[in-house]
Design a protein around this ligand. Structure first.
Ligand SMILES: Nc1ncnc2c1ncn2[C@@H]1O[C@H](COP(=O)(O)OP(=O)(O)OP(=O)(O)O)[C@@H](O)[C@H]1O
Ligand SMILES: [Mg+2]
Length: 245
């Protein structure tokens, strides 16, 4: 099988065929097939260790040892957001957002992106002066400024408190409405997946075990009883029940 670097081709959407990844002889991704049309918002659920981050890294082009008998296609402009903001502590917020981009136009876009995520006026702050939620918003601004066709997010809100998380959900959805990238959002949180995504996948035993289209208009409410049905199906696919003893 050819190495990933030779296989990755760039286009406006994600297309995976037979994506396989093993670590020390242990297969984590076992022939994953996945298509994400341009502009679709997809959430990826799965148990800890099921291979979600591995899949995301492969799509991001960060894994050079992934193999597959088929194709791996992803857009040209891809941004990745992780659970921690990964801001460089020795650079001010705006400089972190611009990282690698130069020129007046880039600065204008950087300021605009910070304003979009509610950080107008914090351009000259240092990362350690930001709260966890603010740092994640700066990370979102950093990805936005690159105008990604595909936004890959690996539990971007996993370290935030519940209230901040809910606000970040609304923000992410607003940003998506405004820019319409394809999104692949890895999360542990079934409610986060249902409230945000138009399609929810469950990774199980190295493959996509469930592929669910969530047909509810936005904005969605966490209290919407119709979302309960989706929640039950997803929890069942994850092998858990929603009843507590
Ligand atoms: N570089 C590596 N070397 C060895 N094993 C690895 C490596 N990266 C991942 N793995 C293994 O692959 C499996 C899947 O890891 P991955 O990080 O993709 O899981 P995950 O679904 O993202 O889990 P979590 O929800 O806990 O973040 C795990 O068993 C992990 O130990
Ligand atoms: Mg992970």
């Amino acid at each position: 099988m050819a190495p990933h670097t030779e296989q990755l081709t760039r286009s406006a959407a994600v297309r995976l065929r037979g994506l396989t990844r093993s670590f020390d002889g242990r297969t984590v991704l076992d022939g994953v097939d996945l298509d994400i049309p341009a502009g679709q918002f997809v959430a990826l659920l799965g148990h800890s260790g099921s291979g979600k981050s591995t899949l995301l890294r492969a799509v991001a082009g960060l894994d050079h040892e992934v193999t597959g008998e088929g194709e791996l296609t992803a857009p040209e402009r891809v941004s990745v957001v992780f659970q921690d903001s990964r801001l460089l502590p020795w650079r001010r917020v705006l400089d972190n957002v611009l990282l690698g981009l130069d020129g007046r136009e880039a600065v204008r876009k950087g300021r605009e992106a910070l304003a979009e995520v509610g950080l107008k006026g914090r351009e000259r702050a240092w990362p350690n002066e930001l709260s966890g939620g603010e740092a994640q918003r700066a990370a979102l601004a950093r990805s936005l400024v690159r105008e990604p066709e595909l936004l890959l997010a690996d539990e971007p809100f996993g370290a935030l408190d519940a209230l901040t998380r809910i606000k970040m959900h609304a923000l992410l959805r607003v940003l998506w409405e405004a820019h319409r990238p394809s999104v692949l959002l890895v999360t542990h949180d079934v409610d986060e997946a249902i409230v945000l995504a138009d399609r929810v996948l469950v990774l199980d035993h190295g493959r996509i075990g469930l592929d669910l289209t969530v047909e509810r208009p936005h904005p969605r409410s966490y209290r919407d009883p119709l979302l309960g049905e989706y929640r039950e199906r997803l929890l069942t696919a994850l092998g858990v029940t929603s009843d507590v003893a």
